[in-house]
Design a protein around this ligand. Sequence first.
Ligand SMILES: Cc1cc2nc3c(=O)[nH]c(=O)nc-3n(C[C@H](O)[C@H](O)[C@H](O)COP(=O)(O)O)c2cc1C
Length: 355
Amino acid sequence: MAGISVISGFKRRMKTVKTELLDKIWARGREFLGVRYPIICGAMTWISDAHLVKAVRASGGFGVLAAGNMRPEELESEIDRCLATVGGPFAVNLVTIAPNFAAHKEVVAGKDVPLVVFAGNFPRRNDVQEMKRAGKRTMSFASTTSIADQMIRFGIDALILEGSEAGGHIGHVSLTILLQQVLFARPPVPVFVAGGIATGRMMAHLLLMGADGVQMGTRFVMSSECRTHARFKEAFVRARAREAVETPQYDRRLPVVAVRALRNQAMEEFGRLQLELIKSLDEGRIDRRTAQERVEEFWMGGLRRAVVEGDVERGSLMAGQSVGLVEKIMPMKEIFRELTEDAEEELQRVRSLLG
Ligand SMILES: Cc1cc2nc3c(=O)[nH]c(=O)nc-3n(C[C@H](O)[C@H](O)[C@H](O)COP(=O)(O)O)c2cc1C
């Protein structure tokens, strides 16, 4: 299997992880997040609940509660569960395009949540400022240089530079390019990088490049503590990197929100639906608005269907290409141990390489 260290779980448990070299290069990320390891478990709608946030925190990392489109009172009680059980800093992920976004902001503003991560579309200046006035620090994704610049102008406190290798909603630029465009330009705020990361070895190199920490999603779906339907996780265990594909878009008249997910029956049907709609548009049998509505309706409830109901053929199996780097479910603490040990070992290797 590519990339993952083979030290047995037993041997790992016997050792305390030394992070002497890591501590030299991830200090700003640690300080910003207020945790031992600046490793973020990115929010995942229907997946990132208080239970997962707590498990991440207990392993030394930073968890993010996903608000998705929860009812405001549901979000409130999930935040309360985090406040009562997590025992340290965490963030709430607010989806700017969710119908409940305004209500979610209000709920978060009234709670002792230290950090907010904006997702969906990019936040407006007002959204950022509103959360800052409520005493929160803010983070936002950046999938191009201009968005990174705009977020910094809006007063965002940290960026998540996410490449298109990632699972879920994605931009169109890979992490390799974003690193050179944005990270190497040394933005004035901490930068956490995401998309396609699953190993400590990779993490070490990203930190050496100047990242303040990393964010992963797919790797943490494959933790024992992550409470998805068993069939959802099994699909991850079986999948190869090339099966985590971007939803197709065939015609500019029918824009599709880019999502990376595992190929399944629904993905094939979605392709066929678009081709039928394009034909109907060409023949004047349907208007553009109705066609667009059919496209948007298609995935409604899709993630819930896969994650909660375990319908892995008709649901949306959002996953990053990093799905091909991991082949077993592990306890969260073991994942963190593996990541940090392998990262430290890699830094030692680099040090000896350079004399
Ligand atoms: C099933 C799934 C659901 C996701 N849902 C969200 C979400 O609700 N909000 C968000 O900001 N990111 C979401 N993401 C993105 C993750 O937080 C994270 O940035 C991404 O998974 C990183 O790439 P990786 O999967 O290669 O590790 C989701 C990812 C997955 C796999």
